[in-house]
Design a protein around this ligand. Structure first.
Ligand SMILES: [Zn+2]
Length: 71
């Protein structure tokens, strides 16, 4: 394993129901507690259940550009 620590890389096992992920392009943070009003994502939707075509609402980066935020 030489993947970058904290990378999402499509590994949903790293993502819990309240895990926040941060866009590595613009630093937008997806928080499941608030969802994403812009993209019609209701509060309570984990990142792993976002549609595959969901993109960062600020810069348009794809889901694989997001990094897990550790508290
Ligand atoms: Zn972004």
């Amino acid at each position: 394993m030489n993947t970058f620590e904290g990378s999402y890389l499509g590994d949903n096992a790293k993502i819990g129901p309240t895990t926040k992920l941060e866009c590595k392009v613009c630093w937008y943070v997806y928080d499941p507690e608030t969802g994403d009003e812009e993209m019609n994502i209701a509060p309570g939707i984990p990142f792993s259940e976002l549609p595959d075509d969901w993109v960062c609402p600020l810069c348009g980066a794809a889901k694989d550009q997001f990094l897990v935020v550790r508290d």
